[in-house]
Every structure is written in C-alpha cells, then in structure tokens.
Design a protein around this ligand. Sequence first.
Ligand SMILES: *Cc1c(COP(=O)(O)O)cnc(C)c1O
Length: 356
Amino acid sequence: MSRFLSQKFASIEPYVPGEQPQGRQYIKLNTNESPYPPAPGVIAAINSEEVAKLRLYSDPDARPLVAAIARRFGVGEDQVFVGNGSDEVLAFSFLAFGGEEKRFRFPALSYGFYPVFARLFGVKYEAVPLRADFTIDPADYIGCGTNVVLANPNAPTGLALGLDVIEEILRSNPDSVVVVDEAYVDFGGESAAKLLEKYDNLLVVQTFSKSRCLAGMRIGFALGSPDLIGDLQRMKFSFNPYNLDRLAILAGTAAMEDEAYLKSCTEKVCATRRRVTDRLREMGFEVLESKTNFVFAKKPGLPGTRLFAGLRERGILVRHWDDPLIVDYLRISIGSDAEMDTFLSAVREILEEDAK
Ligand SMILES: *Cc1c(COP(=O)(O)O)cnc(C)c1O
C-alpha cells in the first residue's frame, strides 16, 4: 500500500478470484467455467473484419445485444442493462441503490463479492447466517426493509429458493430493491424474470460466463423496470460508457440467439452433475443437491485441505475456503465427462492412500 492511497480504502479486502494458472495444464474445476466452447455463431461473429473495426469505439448502448436479450426475455429494451460481466452489473447496483441509510442484506455464505462491493462504495450491509443445513431462511428477508441481494441458486452451496419465496420477499419490501443474482439459473433454477411485470423493485442479474460459455468475454446483464435500469445507466455513463467492447457485443448477441446450444450445454452439465453427485455419495461424501454447474461436498473425517492438496498434486484445481464453517467442503465445478472421470479417479486414489 502506498502512502498515497485514500484512507477510506485502506481497510478493504479485495475479492480473491479462483486461480487461473498460466503454466501447467490443470483440469480447472475451480471457477465454474463451462467445459464447452461458446456457441458456433460466436466464433463466426468474431472475424478479421470485426477485428479491423476495433479502431472504432464500441456502441455505448450495445444495441444488438440489448435487443437480443429483450427478445429472449420478452421485455422492453429499456428494461435491459448490460455490463462488463455481471460483477460490474452488481457493482453498479450497490453503487446506485446502496448507501449509509440504504443498507443491503445478503446471506453470510454467498458470493464473496457482495461485501467487497459494499465496502468499496461505503454501503452498510447485514450478512445473515444461513441455517445449519446451508438453506436460506426466508424469514430473514421477508419484510426486512433493506435492499436485498440473493444469489439464486446460491453459491457456493448450489441450493435454490423457489419463486414463491422470492415473490414474498419482493412483495413485503416494496420500498427496497431486491437483486436476484441468477448466475446459475440455467442449470435448474427458476428465473424471477417472470415477476418483472408485477414488481418494480426487482432487479434480475444474469451472466454469460457460466451457461453461455463466455467467461472470458465478460458479459452480464440486468433486467428490471425502466426506472431501475435508468439508474444503472446513470452509473455507467458516469463511469465507463464503453463498458462492453465491440467483440463482446457481437459474441453476446450470437450466444443469446442460440437457445438450442444453451440447452444442449446445460443438459450435458446437469447429466454429468447427477453422475458425479451419485459417485461421490457412494464414496461416502455429503453432497448438497445442486441446481448449478458445481457441487459442494465434504467427506466426514477427511479434511478439506487434504483433499484440495491431493487433487492439486494430481493436476486438478477445485475451490476451497478457510472459513471454519465450510473448511472441510470443496466446491467442484462440473467439467466434461472425461474431466470428471479423472477427478473421480483422483478422489478414489486419495481415499485409498489415506486408508493405508
Ligand atoms: C460467477 C458469478 C458472478 C460473476 O459473473 P461474471 O459475469 O463473470 O462477472 C456473479 N454472481 C455469482 C453468484 C457468480 O457465481
């Protein structure tokens, strides 16, 4: 830290992303990326002609992408905001709707970025513990009177709330913004997008990084009432009007228009998830019933750090946290069938080694 850093940022603990190794070839099951390539239309859309146009700024309104998203969800174009990853969309949401008086409430075990955004922007927040079984207690959010952000399905647990609960939270907090972060919704969750007509305090946030196989392109979006979307635009145009580059707009449009490809990728991931869950349970693991492209699991008696290190030695990266509540759990992204077979063999090997 230099002596020049503004005092107000001295105590911020930045978010720590999952490792992106650049040397050794690992099987990457640590950041919930897709094992499958982007839709064929994406690869076609990014050609040398488009690269040559990079001398020009991108469209600050990202029009074709916004139009494709609006069509897919049956909402007006004025109900769509696009950002440089949903991280940016979430950041703008904290910036726009949070403050000293305007608190945010979210689960203590959820996406690790929420408290970081809150601190960065000086937003007061309440991190509410989950129940012992890692479920969210709806009572903590119904009528709570603060802004709310919920990852649904939640990470790193993989568990989802039903839309009836989301609706009750929206209905009982009419003067607060309820942000539903649906990064994993395409893997078995139920989107709150269908509630947009009824609730002007709802902001649905989704990403192209997981189900649409475009983590490296950095595209996320929000759906909401024209007024809420206007507020996000106000943040963006006060910060970085060209937040999506030209190639991201093209890639995102092509990906959003290929519903069949989305479906084929998510179906494959869900089938692999079922198989991995069953195999891990057969080996004595406790595995939460996931609605995402990862599983959250532990084996009683086996320290999480031991399994994490054993997998790493065998060239497999998974996610592990030091938080005592989940120190024995691993979050394992669902890769291709071949990758998951290698993963399962490695787990078996580690268990056999320890049994000796
Ligand atoms: C991955 C993830 C995001 C961020 O996605 P990007 O669009 O890549 O920025 C947001 N929320 C949750 C819960 C996630 O897991």
